[in-house]
Ligand binder design. Sequence first.
Ligand code: GPU
Length: 839
Amino acid sequence: MTSLIPPGCPTVLTEDDRTGTSIETLRRAFMDNLFFIQGRFPEVATKNDYYLALAYTVRDRLLLRWLNSAKTYRDQESRTVCYLSAEFLLGPHLGNNLINLGLYEAVEEAMRQTGLNLKELLDQEEEPGLGNGGLGRLAACYMDSLATLEIPAIGYGIRYEYGIFDQEIRDGWQVEITDKWLRYGNPWEIPRPELILQVKFGGHTYSYTDDQGRYRVVWEPHQVIQGVAYDTPILGYKVNTANLLRLWRAEAVESFDFQAFNTGDYYGAVNQKIASENITKVLYPNDEQLQGKELRLMQQYFFCSCALQDMIRLYKQSGNKDLSRFHEKFTVQLNDTHPAISVAELMRLLVDEHLMPWEQAWDITRQTFAYTNHTLLPEALEKWPLDLFGSLLPRHLQIIYEINQRFLDQVRLQYPGDNDRLRRLSIIDESGCRYVRMAHLAAVGSHAINGVAALHSELLKQTVLKDFYELTPQKFSNKTNGVTPRRWMVLSNPGLTRLITERIGEDWVKHLDQLRRLEPLAEDRDFAAQWRSVKHENKERLAAYIRDRVGVTVDPHSLFSILVKRIHEYKRQHLCVLNIITLYQMLKDNPQLDMVPQTFIFGGKAAPGYYMAKLIIKLINSVADVINHDPAVRDRLKVVFLPDYNVTLGQRVYPAADLSQQISTAGYEASGTGNMKFALNGALTIGTLDGANVEIREEVGAENFFLFGNTVEQLQELWRNGYRPWEFANSNPMLKRVLDLIGSGYFSHGDTALFRPIVEHLWQNDRYCLLADYQSYVDCHQQVLQVYQDQAQWTKMSILNVARMGKFSSDRAIREYCQDIWHVEPVKIVLPATSYMTP
Ligand code: GPU
C-alpha cells in the first residue's frame, strides 16, 4: 500500500493538527478551522462560528478513531450488532465527545487561552431531538455503551429534518414550535451522497415461473424513493472504538422527475419530489400513543429497507457470495415494533431478490432478529389496517400471510382444535376491522424477546405476549434498562464526579459497580459535608436558570422535588399536583405551620393531540400561579414548570434534585430511565412499585427509598371488585376538598369549566387510580419531609443510593444483551503508530 504522504514529509506524525491532543495543538487547530472552515477572522466571529470551529476540531479526532474502527471491522469481518430504532435521542455531541476523548480539560484550557469560555460554546449546540422520550434516549445510551465496550455496532434510524417540537408555554398552555435543528448545519454528520438505496412503495405484484422452474414474485411499485445515508461517529469512553450511527434521509429518484418532465408534467414532477422528501421530514411527536398514519408506516418501512439493504451490501463487500451466513455476520435488535416490518422485508430481500428458498430464508430471518418490547399500554401496541398496509406494501402483506399461515399450522399441531388460541396468536387481527399486529410479527420473526425491567418482563408474559410465552418460553428474557454514566454523571455533574473520583479513583466511570466503595463514606461527616455542598451548588445553578428562564425565584435551600418526563395520564403528574394542593391547604389552614420549604419542579412535553396531557400542563401552571403569588405561603412552597424539557435541560435538572418523583400507576411504566438518572445523581426516590423502581429499591435498600401506593396485584384486586373512585373521594375530607377546589375555579380565575375534564374523570372513572393512591402518597411525602429535616440522615441515604446504583449502568445492560441475545465479542481498535493517512 502506498502512503498518501508526499516524499520528504515525516511519517511519524505524533502532533499533527488533526489528531494531536496537546493544548497548543488544539488551540492551533481551532484557529485553523475558524479561518478555513468558518471563513472568519476572530474579530468578527460569532459564538456559533467558535462553536463550529471547535466542533470540527473535535470531529477530526473522532474521524481518526472512526475510520480505523471501520477498517478493523472490515478486515476482521467482525460480527456486528445492528440496533434498529425509529428514534435516537442523542443530546448535544460536543461535551460528550470531549469527555469520551478524555480532552475536556485540555480543550477548556485551550479555549481559556484563546479568551473563550468552553461552557458558553457548549451552550451553542442545538441538540438533535430525534426522539420523543425514554425509548429514543435508551437507544442513545446503548450506542454509547456499545462503543465503550468495544462492540462492533451500527445504529440505523431516520434523519428527521424536524425533530421533536420545541415547547413554549403561553398563558400556561403548551405551544409547539417547529424544531429546525439543522438551521446552522450539523458538524457531527457526514453525508454520503453516493451511498443511495432505493425503496419501493405501492403498486402491485405478479408471479411467474422462471426458466429454472422456480416460482417468482415481482413487485411493480407505484413509487420509488431513494434513501441517502448520513453518518455520525459514536465514540466510546476512553477507547479507540468509534461506531457508526447511520440515519437515512428520503429523496426523490432522479429518473422519476425526468419521466414526468418528458410527458410535460413539470409541476407533477416537482410535487412528486416534495412528496418523496416528506417521508423523513418530521418525527411523529406521539409517545406511546398510536396514530395509524400512512406516512408513519412509510417512515418505518423506508428506514428498515435501507438498513437491511445496507447490511446486505456490507456483507457482500466482505467477499461473501450467497447470503446463507447473513445471521452470522449481523444480529439485529428491533427497538419496539417500529422496525418490525424488517422481518417481512428481510424475507422479501432473501426470497424475491436473492432467490433463496423460503425455509432457509425463514431460518436466517429468525436467527437475525430479536425484539424488545417497551410498553404494555394497549393504545401503544402498533397495528395497521389491512387495506392501508396492502396498498402501501402489497408484497409484504403476501409475505406476512405466508409467515402467518405456516406459523398457525405449527400452532395447530401443538394445540389441536384450539381455535381461540389461533385467533389470539394470529399476526392478523380479524376482529372487526382487520389489522396487521406488529408485535406478533416481531415475536414470530425473532429468536429472542425481552422486556425492559423485571416486573415489565413478567407482566409481558402474563398479558400482551402470554400466548407467545406459552408457545416458546425459551425465547423470553428480561433486560433491565440502564443509562450511561458518561453523559448522566461525568458530563452533567462534574462536581459529584470530582468528589467521587477523589475518594475511589476513576474506575467507576466504566465499571459503575465500583461505586459500592462509597458505602463506608456514608458515615464520614467530612465527606457528607462535601456531598451536601456539591448538591447545593447544583441547586444554585438550577435556581439561576429558573430565574432567567421562568422568572420565578426559588430558594436553593428548599427541598427540590422534581418530576420530569413526557406528560401522560399514566405517569400521573396530576397526582403530584393533588399533593401540592394538599400542602397548600395545610398552610392556609395553619399559617404558622412549620413546614419544610419546598420547590416542586415539573418538565415535559405533551403529544400535540393529547388533550388531557395538555390540560395537565395548564393545571400545573395555574396552580403554580396561585401558590407562587399567595403571600400566606411565605415562600414555603414554590411550583415551577420548566418549558421545553429535553436532554440538555435534563443535564441541568438531574444533578440538582433532592427528591425524584416516580409515581406512575403500578404496572404501567415499563421501566423508566429518569428514575435511574436521578438516583445516580444523589436524589432519593418517592415512588410506586412500578417498572425499574422495584429494582432500584431492591438495590438501594427499602430503608433508603420512599415507597407508596398500591401494587399491581392490589390494583388488579381493586378493579376485580369494581373500582369506585368516588368512594375514595367522599370518605377523605382533604382529598374531596382538593378536588372541589380545582373544580371551583380557584386556580382558573373562577372558570369552573376549564379543569372539569380532569376532575370529572378522577371522580367517575380514574383509569390510573390516582384517588386510590392519594392518601398513601400524601403520607409518604410527609415522611420525606421528616427525614429531610435531619440533613445528616438524608445525606447518608443519598450517598448510599449512589453507592448502590451500579446495576443501572447501560454498560451492564449491553453486556447482558451481548451474552444472552447477540453473542458478540469486543474487538480492540488499535490506532496506527505512523500516520492517520496511511491505510
Ligand atoms: N417508551 Br412503546 C417510550 O419512551 N416511547 C414509546 O413509544 C414506548 C415506550 C418508554 C417507556 O415508557 C419507559 O418506561 C421505558 O423506560 C423506555 O421506553 C425505554 O425502555
